[in-house]
Design a protein around this ligand. Structure first.
Ligand code: NAP
Length: 315
């Protein structure tokens, strides 16, 4: 479904040529969403492997596939780094000499301080650097995983370094609004802390819980998998996310993630103690508060109360 922001921006070319470096879930979805809104004149894309580039060409994911990032960015008005955070600095170094003066370089990385520190120094004078992060993803990856609706009604956070050209920020904002997102601006360290709470630590907890179940399944002869209840199934979905992407997220958002995990451990000990002591009132009060948070997320339109989170009807 196309929302009103996408309707408003429909058929408005904001960038004549867009280069997508990385053609996975995020890069691929951007191509679909830009096409849906008529937001880009020409979309060029590239990826690391010949296999991904061949699939992208076969499914017509972008208008043109190039072998190298350097070729892709030539004459591009917007360049989006849609690769794992850990390789963004190297990709920026590769493309820097080929960037068009006046172009904007952006990214979709899940961590922002590290991207600013590794990409920023490579951006030449006269090129705008506007880091961004779509709070929209799935556990799928690769060139076939993207879809046009991924960003609809999701937040896109722009994290501009001090002194960033406001016109470049405004244009990128219009692009994301045209792709269906709500846009906010945030300071990098604050972004990394907020995301450590809402995304990074929860992923690590899911990875851990699935690891625990995996150990246990050896004891219980796979009953953990066979009778997998909704709670555990949700953990396995999250824990199926791309290993490279998530390794890089934890290595580059180390401090904030460790801070949140420390707090998590304290809360866990508190709940563990309540269970041991039979303190039902404490548990009930705690779960009542967390239920209210879930309702708040649904009221804010960031998830659905439909059974199984409405997954049966999603693409
Ligand atoms: P993905 O589906 O795995 O796609 C990553 C793409 O990057 C692939 O096309 C890959 O090429 C390419 N790539 C990797 N290293 C490269 C290099 N050195 N040079 C050129 N291309 C390279 O990953 P994704 O989910 O789209 O994630 C991309 C970025 O979005 C990450 O920074 C991630 O933090 C961020 N993000 C992800 C989510 C999410 O939920 N998935 C949400 C928000 C933001 P090959 O296919 O050839 O390996």
């Amino acid at each position: 479904m196309v929302d009103s922001a996408a309707d408003m921006a429909a058929d408005t070319v904001l960038y004549e040529k867009v280069a997508l470096i990385g053609l996975g879930l995020e890069g691929g979805s951007m191509s679909h969403a830009m096409r849906r809104g008529g937001l880009a004149g020409h979309i060029v894309g590239t990826a690391r492997s010949a296999q991904t580039r061949a699939i992208a060409a076969e499914i017509n994911l972008v208008d043109e596939v190039t072998e190298t990032a350097a070729e892709a960015v030539r004459d591009a008005d917007l360049v989006v780094l849609a690769v794992p955070v850990g390789v963004m600095g190297a990709v920026a170094a590769e493309i820097a000499p080929h960037l068009k003066p006046g172009a904007t370089v952006s990214d979709v990385g899940s961590v922002k301080r590290a991207v600013i520190e590794t990409v920023g120094p490579h951006i030449p004078e006269g090129v705008h650097f506007v880091p961004a992060h779509p709070i929209a993803g799935t556990e799928h990856s690769g060139p076939r995983s993207g879809y046009a609706e991924l960003f609809d009604n999701r937040w896109l956070l722009i994290v501009p370094p001090a002194g960033t050209d406001r016109a470049a920020v405004a244009r990128l904002r219009a692009l994301w609004e045209g792709m269906g997102s709500h846009v906010d601006e945030m300071e990098p360290d604050h972004h990394d802390l907020v995301l450590a709470v809402t995304s990074h630590a929860p992923h690590l907890i899911a990875y851990t819980m699935v690891g625990v179940a995996d150990h246990l399944s050896r004891v219980t002869d796979s009953e953990v998998i066979k009778y997998s209840a909704a709670g555990f199934r949700d953990f396995t979905r999250i824990a199926a996310s791309d290993p490279t992407m998530w390794r890089d997220v934890f290595l580059t958002n180390k401090d904030a993630t460790l801070d949140v995990l420390g707090r998590f451990t304290e809360e866990l000990f508190m709940l563990q103690r309540a269970i041991r002591m039979g303190d039902g009132d404490m548990l009930h009060e705690y779960f009542t508060k967390t239920r209210a948070i879930r309702r708040g997320i649904i009221e804010a339109g960031q998830d659905t109360a439909a059974p199984d989170f409405g997954r049966g009807v999603k693409p």
